[in-house]
Write a protein that binds this ligand. Structure first.
Ligand SMILES: [Zn+2]
Length: 503
């Protein structure tokens, strides 16, 4: 029997006054008999794995009581403990994806993963928390957007979630409302410098939101591309009959991203606010972030897994296949890969997310005759960990601890997820068991994402997620989702330092 099958063949129960048969069992604890789900505090030991943190790794165990981690180290299991054997595996804090778009209305469509399917796929990829984007739709109102997005997520998700608020109209009432958002657990606000006529914010709106965010200890995020220049280039391309998928990338050249990145960084530096640049695709844009950091500005950024792996040539694939790779900013030439990894290794780009925003072939095909009508976004939420394992760790570009830092610990700190991102007592028991010796093929057959293709169909990941625990509950177990929709909860986030909490 291969080792990966033998381990955790079933849950072992130590010293048996306790009967544990899933979350609805009857449990004896300390002589008291407690019935049902709510009353039960289950204790789980994830034993004999290699525990990986952002600082390093060691052979050890993780003890979970209820929803929290209570101990990490070499632990003798208390009586009645469920023991999960992780021998030969890596035990990681649950990954956090701070950049997703589930059920996102965009260009007259809706991204094809909702909070049920999207968070199943997340859990299958070792993701235990995501921060999605609520997007302002009404001119003077953020609250309705938050209600709308919570309405889609509450009761549907399998892992925890928070929201950034995207501001598309920074009127005076909206600037005022940022305070209420902050109080509601939304401590990051995003502005789009692209998508002219749809989502784009001008520099005066950007500056006004930055001032407000600074005063609220909140974070400003930007989609950095020069929307005016793109609009010009797209109109010219269409007029010349240059309508196929590749022209999406050719009308959004690197300089429009670099220019907007530098501009946002300069404005943030002058105002004195913290800025996070999302989905950095190329060395030219990363260089602007590094320059700002060297000037002492509080500017940071992320890249996404596809910008380290895929290239602009993917858009040259025939027919709808090329459309699957349309996202903004676009995929770049392969020469950027090593340079982006360099920025990641130096910490200039501090995290790696997905910008998961899936659309089916039918939806993508709407723009077969006009690239500007293709809904933007890639289906990736499930693939980040296995891809970064192979392209990052196995390729010798990052250590295990850096992988944890880039996909969990730094993200938790940056976005105010104070109970997440680490394997330490007191933290939420969001834990992933990764088996480095259990290959898993990519493809629609193994994907939980609600799309009818897989960008890596035919490839095989060398490692796979064996178990994903969310607040102590086993959500994903070797290919199967174990929870009902609604296990995942909304997470309030704050970046306000404790000493200022009462102000
Ligand atoms: Zn995005």
């Amino acid at each position: 029997m291969p080792r990966e099958r033998a381990a955790f063949a079933s849950v072992r129960i130590f010293a048996s006054p306790t009967i544990l048969q899933g979350s609805r069992s009857v449990v004896s604890t300390g002589g008291r008999i407690e019935h049902g789900k709510r009353a039960m505090t289950q204790t789980t030991l994830i034993a004999n794995g290699t525990v990986v943190t952002a600082e390093g790794e060691f052979a050890g165990d993780v003890l979970i009581e209820g929803e929290k981690i209570v101990a990490v180290g070499r632990i003798a299991p208390p009586e009645g403990t469920r023991v999960v054997d992780a021998e030969g595996c890596f035990v990681l804090p649950g990954l956090i994806d701070n950049h997703t778009h589930l059920s996102m209305p965009f260009m007259g469509m809706m991204s094809s993963d909702d909070y049920d399917t999207g968070t199943r796929a997340a859990a299958a990829g070792g993701v235990t928390c995501l921060v999605d984007f609520a997007i302002q739709r009404e001119p003077d109102n953020l609250r309705s957007a938050l209600e709308q997005w919570r309405g889609r997520a509450d009761g549907a998700a399998h892992v925890d979630y928070g929201f950034h608020m995207a501001i598309t109209n920074a009127s005076e009432p909206v600037l005022e409302e940022m305070t209420a958002m902050s109080d509601a657990g939304i401590c990051s606000f995003k502005l789009f410098m692209a998508y002219k006529g749809e989502l784009m914010a001008r520099d005066d709106a950007l500056a006004a939101c930055m001032e407000r965010a600074r005063d609220l200890d909140a974070l400003i995020m930007v989609h950095a591309e020069n929307g005016d220049i793109i609009d010009l280039l797209v109109k010219r391309a269409i007029a010349h009959g240059e309508v196929s998928a590749i022209h999406h990338a050719l009308t959004r050249p690197e300089f429009v991203e670099a220019e907007a990145t530098g501009r946002a960084a300069r404005i943030a530096e002058h105002i004195g606010t913290s800025l996070f640049v999302v989905h950095v695709t190329c060395a030219a844009a990363a260089a602007e972030i590094e320059a700002a950091q060297q000037r002492g500005a509080a500017v940071s950024g992320e890249t996404c897994v596809q910008y380290l792996i895929n290239t602009i040539d993917d858009l040259r694939r025939p027919g709808v296949e090329g459309c699957r790779y349309i996202c903004s900013p676009p995929l770049r030439d392969a020469a950027n890969h090593e340079r982006l990894w360099g920025y990641v290794q130096r910490g200039v780009l501090e995290s790696i997310s997905t910008d998961h925003c899936p659309f089916t072939d039918e939806q993508k095909a709407r723009g077969l005759e006009n690239f500007s009508l293709v809904p933007n976004g890639l289906a990736l939420i499930q693939h980040r960990l296995p891809k970064l394992w192979d392209e990052g760790v196995m390729a010798g570009r990052i250590a295990h601890s850096q992988l944890v830092d880039l996909t969990s610990t730094t993200i938790a700190r940056r976005f105010g997820l104070n109970a997440k991102g680490a394997l330490a007592p007191g933290k939420d028991a969001d834990v992933v068991v990764l088996d480095p010796a259990a290959p898993r093929p990519y493809g629609v057959a193994t994907s939980f994402m609600n799309v009818d293709y897989d960008l890596y169909e035919g490839e095989t990941a060398s490692a796979s997620v064996r178990h994903t625990f969310s607040r102590g509950t086993l959500v994903y177990d070797r290919g199967e989702i174990m929870t009902e929709p609604g296990h995942g909860r909304f997470v309030r986030r704050t970046l306000r330092p404790a000493h200022r909490a009462e102000l």
